[in-house]
Design a protein around this ligand. Structure first.
Ligand SMILES: NC(=O)c1ccc[n+]([C@@H]2O[C@H](COP(=O)([O-])OP(=O)(O)OC[C@H]3O[C@@H](n4cnc5c(N)ncnc54)[C@H](O)[C@@H]3O)[C@@H](O)[C@H]2O)c1
Length: 264
């Protein structure tokens, strides 16, 4: 891809103080976009934006909880105030809160829905309103998960929100295509991030045993895919979900070889 492929583009990336969102914000900035980097942790947002800017791009850090729709609207207003317009919104922020289905608490249920569904819905809405006002079209990316496509123990609420986002993208095709706005979804598989490494220190070797490509994803794998959907080459793609998981969810456990039908 052209080194300045996103020159003159303005982007918001939510939940980008570290992990996948950080790398998306970094790559967009390196390729010329001006990026508003959001995180609920204000110190992390400022540090991340400063690090990314030190590589030569334009990036500002803005704290705020995307679970509050007024704050989300404020992110769009701030991007427009700083950079004059908005072309790209990446609703990356998501709460990975897993627990046994039989024990799941109503307050946790509400929080996961508010952040994962509400945060992405209202960022998409505020961004699309701005893009409509500009008359420029635009791009929206939502962040699902393999958990929205595969049964994984203790992921029920998280999984439900992630599948919901995939349907949100499909639903929005009808209303946003006439405005020149595409909406696509990335569904990452196991990805090595500061959070996943904190929860499971040997995350990488553990997942390497079961992922067909022999390794988990790195944030760059997910960011590369996001940048493809944001590129002119993806102009005609909308309402789609792409699973980026090294083939993990494509493969089910197989029985022992003597039971496999090898009829020719
Ligand atoms: N890491 C994985 O293995 C994986 C796999 C599948 C899907 N995903 C999805 O990809 C996205 C990014 O994943 P990650 O692992 O990098 O994220 P993460 O959990 O590491 O969080 C990234 C950042 O988001 C911020 N954040 C959390 N809640 C927020 C809120 N309400 N408002 C604003 N910022 C908030 C955190 O402070 C953190 O700095 C999420 O939507 C996640 O569900 C991740």
């Amino acid at each position: 891809m052209n080194e300045q492929a996103f020159k003159d583009q303005v982007a918001i990336v939510s939940g980008a103080g570290e992990g996948i969102g950080y790398e998306i914000a970094r790559q967009l900035t390196l390729q010329g976009a001006a990026v508003l980097l959001n995180d609920i942790d204000g110190e992390l947002a400022a540090k991340a934006a400063q690090e990314i800017s030190s590589e030569g791009g334009v990036c500002i850090g803005v704290d705020g909880d995307v679970g509050d729709h007024r704050i989300v609207r404020g992110l769009v207003d701030r991007a427009v105030a700083e950079f004059g317009r908005l072309n790209i919104a990446v609703a990356n922020a998501g709460l990975t809160l897993w627990d046994d289905f039989l024990d799941f608490k109503p307050e946790d249920f509400n929080r996961v829905l508010t952040v994962n569904l509400g945060g992405s819905f209202f960022l998409s809405q505020a961004a699309a309103r701005q893009m409509q006002q500009q008359g420029t079209g635009g791009r929206i990316i939502l962040m699902s998960s393999v958990a929205g496509n595969q049964s994984i123990a203790t992921s029920s609420v998280y999984a439900m929100t992630k599948k919901g986002l995939e349907m949100l993208a499909r639903s929005l095709v009808s209303e946003l295509s006439p405005l020149g706005i595409t909406v696509n979804v990335i569904a990452p598989g196991a990805t090595v991030t500061p959070r996943t490494l904190k929860v499971v220190p040997d995350y990488e070797p553990i997942w390497s045993q079961v992922i067909p490509t022999g390794r988990p994803a790195y944030p760059s794998d997910i960011a590369n895919t996001v940048l493809f959907f944001l590129s002119p080459g993806a102009d005609h793609i909308t309402g789609q979900t792409l699973i980026v998981d090294g083939g993990w969810s494509a493969k089910s456990p197989e029985p022992k070889s003597q039971y496999v039908d090898k009829t020719k």
